[in-house]
Design a protein around this ligand. Structure first.
Ligand code: HEM
Length: 555
C-alpha cells in the first residue's frame, strides 16, 4: 500500500496556461493507480485544489486553453514549476502523463480535441447546468439534511474511507435520513430502524432498482443477469482434493474471484460524476480478459457436469440443477454463467468474513466461547462432528452467529437501491433517481434500540426472539423487502456450521504476547467489510485425533 503520510515536494513541469480541467484529469489519473483507501484519502486532500478548480471555472483569467496546449502538457515541454502536494510524493507523475496520452489518443481523440478547444465554455455550461439542477431539486423538494456539498464533487471529498462509519457519524449530526451528494447524484442514507422499515417495507416497491456502475454493468451484462438462490453450493470443495490441496482449476477460480473484486469495486471519482466518464474509459482490455477467463473456466466446469450426468445420471450440484433447467426455462449459456457467478460473488466473502469476525469476538470474549463449547459438548458430545441437524438444539450457537452479524454485518450499507419514483422517507422527499442506502451497521449499533449496543452479548437473542432475515428492522444483515438476500438462509446455515465446527474442534486464543483486547477490530473500506488486519489466532484441538482427518464422518 502506498504511504501518503510524509509530505514531500515534487517537482515537475506544467504549461503556463494549465487548465483546471486538465488538473482534474491528472488527479483522476492518479486515482486510477491508487488502492481504494488511499484514493479516498487523496480525495479529501485534493479538496483544496478542487476549490481552486471551481474558482477557475468562474474566473476566465487564464489564457485560452487549446488542444496544442494540452499536447504541451503531455510533452512536459514548457515552463517549469514546483508544486507541493503531499499525496503526489507516492506516485510517479510521469505514469499519469502516459495514461493521459493513451486516453487522449484513442478513438475519442477528435471529439475530445473539440471539447478541449472549448474547455471553458463547456465547463462553464456543465457547471451552470449542474448548479441549476441542484438548486431546482432543493427548491422543489424537501430533501433530507446533510453536509454541505461542494461544486462538482458534492460530498465525495468529505467521505472518509470506511463509508458506513462516516455516514453513521453524519447521522448523529443531521439525523437518520441523510443526503449525501456523490458528484451530481443525490444519495440518501437511512440509519434508523424506523426509516429502514419505511425504505424496505412501505416504499419498497419504488426503491427496489439498483444503480449500475460501469463495472457492475459489465459483470452483469447490463443488469441482465438473473438471481439464483438455491441451497447447497459445494463450489469450494469442487476444487479441493482429499488432502485439502487446491487443484489448477481452484487456483484459476481464486484468481478470477480476486481480479473480479478489484475490477468491480471501483470508487473512482468519474463513476460518480457521469459527465466526466467519457474522459476515463473503462479498462476495456482488462474487462474483456477477465470475462473470457471467467467464461472459459465456467464452460469447462459445465461441460464436465454434462459429461458426468450423461454417464451416471444427473448429479446434485447446483451446476447440475441449473443445467437440468436449461431447456425448460430457455436459459442461455450466458445466463447460466451469470447465475453461477452471482451466487459466488454474493455468497462467498460474505459468509467467510462473518465467521472471521465471529471468531475475533469469541477470542475477545472467552466466556462466550466457553459457553458455546459447553453447549456443543452437551448436545453433540466429543465423539462426532457437529452437523446442521444439530442446530435446533444449539440455541446459544445460533445466538452467537446472530450477534456477530449484528455487530459486523458483512455488507454494512447493503447494496445500493435506486428510487424509480419520488417517495417520502422520514418526512423528507427522496426524488426519483436518488440512490438510497440503508446503513445496517449504524442501525444495529443504535443505542435507542439496542441495550449496550457495542457489547458482544449473544444472550440478548435468547432473551428476545429477534428475526434476522428481514422482518425486524433493527437487525438487517441480509436486507429486507423485494431485494432481500435470497441466500439468507443458506448464508446463515453456512456461518453457523463453520462456526460450530471451528468451536467444537478447537479452542481459540490470541497469539502469544497478545491480549484479547489488543485484537485489531478495525474494518477495511469496501462494499464487503473485511477485517483491516487479517485475524491471527491460536487454535488448540479439543477433540480426538480421528475427528480431524479430512473427510472424517460427521456421525
Ligand atoms: C452471511 C452471508 C450473507 C449476507 C450477510 C448477505 C447479505 C446480503 C445483502 C445485505 C444483500 C443486499 C440486500 C439489499 O440490497 O436489499 C444481499 C443480496 C444478495 N445476496 Fe446475499 N448475503 C449473504 C450470503 C449470500 C449467499 C450465500 C448467497 C447465494 C448463494 C447470496 C446471494 C445474494 C444475491 C443473489 C443477492 C442480490 C439480490 C438482489 O439483488 O435481488 N447471499 N445479500
Amino acid at each position: 500500500m502506498l504511504s501518503l503520510q510524509t509530505p514531500e515536494r515534487v517537482s515537475f513541469r506544467l504549461p503556463r496556461s494549465l487548465s483546471p480541467l486538465l488538473f482534474l484529469v491528472h488527479v483522476e489519473d492518479i486515482f486510477s493507480v491508487l488502492p481504494c483507501a488511499d484514493e479516498m484519502r487523496l480525495l479529501s486532500r485534493v479538496e483544496g485544489h478542487l476549490h481552486y478548480f471551481w474558482t477557475c471555472f468562474w474566473l476566465p483569467l487564464r489564457a485560452h486553453f487549446s488542444w496544442s496546449c494540452c499536447r504541451e502538457f503531455v510533452d512536459v515541454s514548457l515552463c517549469s514549476c514546483t508544486w507541493s502536494h503531499a499525496t503526489l510524493s507516492s506516485v510517479n507523475p510521469l505514469s499519469g502523463y502516459t495514461s493521459v496520452v493513451d486516453c487522449l489518443s484513442k478513438s475519442k481523440a477528435t471529439a475530445m480535441a473539440v471539447m478541449w478547444e472549448n474547455t471553458y465554455t463547456v465547463a462553464a455550461i456543465v457547471a451552470a447546468l449542474l448548479f441549476m439542477m441542484y438548486k431546482s431539486l432543493r427548491s422543489s423538494h424537501k430533501l433530507p439534511p446533510g453536509p454541505r456539498p461542494l461544486p462538482v464533487v458534492g460530498n465525495l471529498t468529505h467521505i472518509t474511507p470506511v463509508r458506513f462509519k462516516c455516514f453513521m457519524e453524519w447521522a448523529q449530526t443531521y439525523g437518520s435520513v441523510l443526503s449525501v451528494w456523490m458528484g451530481p447524484t443525490l444519495n440518501v442514507v437511512v440509519s434508523s430502524a424506523d426509516a429502514a422499515k419505511e425504505m424496505l417495507k412501505e416504499r419498497d416497491h419504488a426503491l427496489s432498482s439498483r444503480p449500475l456502475t460501469r463495472a457492475a454493468a459489465r459483470f452483469s451484462r447490463n443488469g441482465q443477469d438473473l438471481i439464483w438462490a438455491d441451497y447447497g453450493p459445494h463450489y469450494v470443495k469442487r476444487f479441493v482434493d482429499d488432502k485439502g490441496n487446491i487443484d489448477n482449476q481452484g487456483v484459476e477460480f481464486k484468481e478470477i474471484v480476486s481480479q473480479g473484486m478489484k475490477l468491480g469495486a471501483s470508487l473512482k471519482m468519474s463513476e460518480h460524476i457521469p459527465y466526466l466518464r467519457w474522459m476515463f474509459p473503462l479498462q476495456e482490455e482488462e474487462f474483456a480478459k477477465h470475462g473470457a477467463r471467467r467464461d472459459n473456466l465456467t464452460k469447462a466446469i459445465m461441460q464436465e457436469h454434462r459429461l458426468q450426468s450423461q454417464k451416471n445420471g444427473p448429479g446434485h450440484h447446483f451446476v447440475d440443477a441449473l443445467l437440468s433447467m436449461q431447456k425448460q426455462y430457455d436459459l442461455s449459456e450466458t445466463t447460466i454463467i451469470g447465475l453461477l457467478w452471482d451466487m459466488i460473488t454474493a455468497g462467498m466473502d460474505t459468509t467467510a468474513i462473518s465467521v472471521e469476525w465471529a471468531i475475533a469476538e469469541l477470542v475477545r470474549n472467552p466466556d462466550v466461547q466457553v459457553k458455546a463449547q459447553q453447549e456443543l459438548d452437551q448436545v453433540v458430545g466429543q465423539d462426532r462432528v457437529v452437523t446442521e441437524a444439530d442446530f435446533s438444539q444449539l440455541p446459544y450457537l445460533q445466538a452467537v452467529a446472530k450477534e456477530a452479524l449484528r455487530l459486523h454485518p458483512p455488507t454494512p450499507l447493503m447494496l445500493p437501491h435506486k428510487a424509480t419514483e419520488t417517495v417520502k422517507i422520514g418526512g423528507y422527499d427522496v426524488p426519483k433517481g436518488t440512490v438510497v442506502h440503508c446503513n445496517v451497521y449504524a442501525i444495529s449499533r443504535d443505542p435507542t434500540v439496542w441495550e449496550e449496543p457495542l457489547r458482544f452479548r449473544p444472550e440478548r437473542f435468547l432473551e428476545e426472539d429477534i428475526d434476522i432475515k428481514g422482518h425486524d428492522y433493527r437487525l438487517l444483515p441480509f436486507g429486507a423487502g423485494r431485494r432481500v438476500c435470497p441466500g439468507a438462509q443458506l448464508g446463515l446455515n453456512m456461518v453457523q456450521l463453520m462456526l460450530a465446527r471451528l468451536l467444537h474442534h478447537f479452542s481459540w486464543a490470541p497469539p502469544p504476547g497478545v491480549t484479547p483486547a489488543a485484537i485489531d477490530m478495525t474494518e477495511r473500506p469496501g462494499v464487503v467489510t473485511f477485517m483491516a488486519a487479517p485475524l491471527q489466532v491460536l487454535a488448540t484441538p479439543r477433540l480426538r485425533a480421528a475427528l480431524y482427518k479430512n473427510g472424517s464422518s460427521p456421525s
